[in-house]
Every structure is written in C-alpha cells, then in structure tokens.
Design a protein around this ligand. Structure first.
Ligand code: AMP
Ligand code: ZN
Length: 482
C-alpha cells in the first residue's frame, strides 16, 4: 500500500518513499513558548502526531525532531519588534528563561493530555546556539550574508530559488511595495540570522557574538533569528536532508522559505524531500486573536465540561489542508461522536461468553476495516475518510445482535483506531463493576416475569451508577452517559 501526500515543494500529490529504506527522518516546527497554546496551535501537533502514527503503521521507523522556540521569535514574525519571550517575561514579571521553562512544561503537559506521542528529540533553540552560530559562519564563508547596524542578514538575492517554494513572485511585489521597514536591508525578503542586542539594552537571553562573525569595531552580544534554529537543529540531529518537514500554512512564505534558503545555501543539498502544512483553525468563523479573547486553551475546554480528546477528535474530523472552524457547538458534536464510539468499544465487554474469542464469522468485516482505515489515511492523511469508515462500521455494530459480533475482530479494529488516531477508545472504556452488572441480570429476570414495577425500579438504580441501558433482542446493553 503506497503513501501519498500533498507536497509544497512540488505543489502536487507525490508518492512517498523514504530516502533510506524503512526509516523516516521528520521535523515538526514546534511552539514558541511564551504563552499557553490555544486550540489553533494544537491543530498542527494533532495532525502531525497522526502522521507519525500512520508512518509507524506502515512499519517505518520514524525519528522526529520537534523544536521549542525559546528565543528569537519576534512579535512581528519578521526581524522587527520585541522578542516574544522577552514580552512574556515583562507580562509576568519573570525572566525570559523562567517564562520559557513554564510554558515548555505547559506544552509538554498538554501533549500528554491530547495523547500526542513524544518526539524522539525535543530540541530547545537555546541549547543549540553553537550550532546556529556555526551555520552563520558557513553562510558568511560562502558569501550569503551581510551586516547591518542591528544584525547579520541572509542576502536572499544570492539564492535564486528563493521565490519558488511559496510562489512568491517577489519582483512583482517589490514594484508595488512601500518603503521597507528596515532601510538597511538590501531587500525586504532578506532576514536576520543573528541579531545584536540593541545598544543600551540588556536581554535576559543573549550570547557573545563571535569575533569572526562581525565586521571589525562592533562587539555586541546577540541572539539567533527565529528561522535559524530549525535549520541548525535539523542538520545537527537528523542530517542535511530529511524526509518530511511539517508546519502550519503561515510558515510557507517566510519561515520555511527562509529555512530552505539558509540550509540549502549552506549544504548544497535539499533540506527535505516532503513539506506538509496544516491549514488554520478559525473560531466562530474569525481569526484567533488576543484582542478577541477567542484563543481557547485546553483548560478553557475542560472548564466547560469537555475533555482534551474531544478536541483531538474534533480536529481530525476535518482534513489538515482545509480551514477548520471551532465553535463550542462543533466541539459538543465531536464529544457526542466520541461518546457514541466509546459505547461501541464497550460492546466488547458484553459479547456473550458463548462465542469464543477466535471463533465465529467476522460478519462485519472488522479485520478488513482495519486495513481500509490505514488505506484511507495513506491517501494524504484523509482523516475525514477514516472517520466515515469508522461511522459506517460502528453504525452496523450498534444495530447488530451481540452474538454476531466477532469479539477479537472488534478489539483488533479498536486497537487499529487507537494506534492511528490516538483516541484511546480502549483505554477510556473500562468494564462496569459487578454491582450494576448484577442489577442488570436481576432486571432481565424481572422483565421475563413481566414484573414491570421491579424492572423500572432497577433501571433507576442502574442509571444512578452513571450508565444507561437499552433493551435489545439479544438482551440488555449498557452504555456510558458521558
Ligand atoms: P507559534 O507558537 O506562534 O510559533 O505557533 C505555533 C504553531 O501554531 C505554528 O505551527 C502555527 O502555524 C500554528 N498556528 C497558529 N495559529 C493557528 C491557527 N489559528 N490554526 C492552526 N494553527 C495555528
Ligand atoms: Zn521551524
């Protein structure tokens, strides 16, 4: 079964073959740790986690690096303005180092809550300053840099393919452009590799600028530009060329374009053979912004009675390349879907003992469904297609007679769903205790005796233990209510 993904490098669906047989080197652009992540930020990490799971289902050995941007990402996303970390430090009356630690831990905790797999390397930009400076040195040695009063810049005119990745048509843009924000830059697209700490200021995070990287006479501390870290860390931890690089669509025209320019200028080799980008999430049809206070966090969702896994399911209902729209109604619908799915998973506790685990017919094609699920996702991570398939199979199981469901087939399908989509259908569906089970048996007996009063009384008692029951031709089935 082949894998195919939409590749920003070629702008089309390409069949994926790893560079080295059986192995995948992958890099995911990670968060800037100056605040708690909102539902939009989590979108990316949910999709790319699912991609890793899919690659593993193809028996590929994935090594993934995710960076933690703890320095150098300026509020403008360009070369101007305050560092987001320093801004966070001012807001909270802490140092930038403390803010970075606080929100890195917050992010890692959020990853666990969303059942996101831990990448093999979680790399902090501040731990790779030496490597970043080395990359600046290489680029300087090859004539790709120039210095201004505020930093060392990459000269994009020296990299003729600069426009290609994002189809930028910069020449046309330049003709209509107004005065560049930084008049010392040779072109608006040039970007800072290393910035000097502004004269008269001290930053929490700064490092001496090595003498060989600066023109004589300027001896100033500095810090890396945002794009530099990803190139330097990918190179250090994975090598010059990797298989897959992922990020949000906002990364295409600047961050990834710049990563490609600086990496490929330094190594003369392609940085990555595949580039995948997730579209953005809106909230109530509007862009997420601080001023609208619509950047809901995982804690906000929990406060309103949802679980992080409801967000995971909500996100995966849409394809990663389509724009998502978050509303609490949509999240409630996702929560409802997850509850339905959990109740199908709970059927495995109720299939009668008379049917042996490995016997009986796989009437509902559960083994084939596992295979079909991998196939759906292999087509450019078609999560909506995977969800349609699950709904179709589960719909049949909901109306099936219990005795006709192949227990082992069901467990196997649930395992595949959990491995690929991380929804913890098995983990979140423990069997009920003996007490309500006993009550269900007593009620069935009462029904056989047409003792409806006792039956009703027992139903009320059963439902007090947090489950509901429905009567079928095969007997009573219990279900979770939340
Ligand atoms: P940042 O922490 O600003 O570097 O952003 C972290 C990630 O969140 C990036 O990959 C962005 O592409 C992504 N991101 C930011 N806003 C949204 C959004 N509304 N929807 C989806 N992804 C987003
Ligand atoms: Zn990056």
């Amino acid at each position: 079964m082949s894998l195919q993904f939409h590749n920003q490098l070629t702008k089309k669906l390409d069949t994926f073959t790893p560079l080295s047989e059986g192995k995948v080197l992958m890099y995911t652009c990670g968060p800037t740790v100056y605040d708690t992540l909102h539902v939009g930020n989590w979108t990316a990490y949910i999709y790319w986690d699912t991609l890793v799971r899919l690659l593993r289902a193809h028996h590929l050995d994935v090594t993934r690096v995710m960076n933690i941007t703890d320095v150098g990402h300026l509020v403008s996303d360009g070369d101007d303005g305050e560092d987001k970390l320093e801004k966070g430090a001012r807001r909270e009356g802490k140092t930038a180092w403390d803010v970075a630690e606080l929100y890195t831990n917050d992010f890692l905790e959020g990853m666990k809550r969303l059942n996101l797999l831990t990448p093999e390397h979680i790399a902090k930009a501040t731990d790779y300053i030496v490597e970043q400076l080395q990359l600046v040195r290489t680029l300087k040695g090859k004539g790709f840099t120039y210095q201004t009063s505020d930093g060392v810049y990459f000269d994009t005119s020296k990299f003729p393919r600069y426009d290609d990745f994002a189809d930028l048509h910069l020449e046309a843009q330049k003709a209509g452009a107004r005065v560049a924000a930084n008049p010392e830059k040779h072109a608006p697209s040039d970007f800072a590799l290393w910035k000097f700490t502004p004269e008269g200021q001290t930053r929490d995070m700064q490092w001496p600028t090595p003498a060989d990287l600066i023109e004589e006479g300027v001896e100033r501390p500095g810090f890396p530009g945002w794009h530099l870290e990803c190139s330097a860390m990918a190179m250090k931890l994975l090598g010059n060329t990797i298989d897959i690089h992922t990020g949000g669509i906002d990364h295409i025209p600047v961050h990834h374009t710049n990563e490609i320019a600086q990496s490929e200028a330094a190594t003369d080799q392609p940085l990555s053979q595949f580039w995948l980008h997730n579209n953005h999430l809106k909230v109530d049809g509007t862009k997420i912004s601080k001023s609208l206070e619509n950047g809901f966090t995982l804690d906000d969702l929990v406060e309103k009675g949802f679980e992080p896994l409801d967000l995971r399911l909500f996100t995966l209902q849409s394809h990663y390349r389509t724009e998502g729209n978050f509303t609490f109604d949509n999240l409630a619908a996702a929560q409802h879907r997850r509850l339905r799915w959990r109740n199908v998973a709970a059927l495995r506790h109720q299939i009668h003992d008379t049917l042996q685990e490995h016997e009986g017919e796989d009437t509902y094609g559960l083994y084939a469904a596992s295979q079909a699920l991998v196939e759906a996702l292999s087509d450019d991570l078609d999560t909506p297609g995977a969800f349609r398939l699950i709904d179709e199979v589960f719909g049949k199981l909901e109306s099936a007679r219990l005795g006709t469901i192949h227990r082992h087939g069901l467990v196997s399908f649930l395992t595949t769903i959990d491995e690929l989509l991380g929804l913890q259908l098995l983990e979140s569906t423990n069997d009920i205790t003996d007490e309500p089970k006993q009550l269900i048996i007593e009620r069935e007996r009462a029904r056989e005796n047409k003792d409806w009063d006792t039956s009703d009384r027992l139903r009320a008692k059963i439902e007090k233990s947090g489950i509901s029951i429905r009567d079928t031709a095969d007997g009573t089935i219990w279900e979770y209510v939340s």
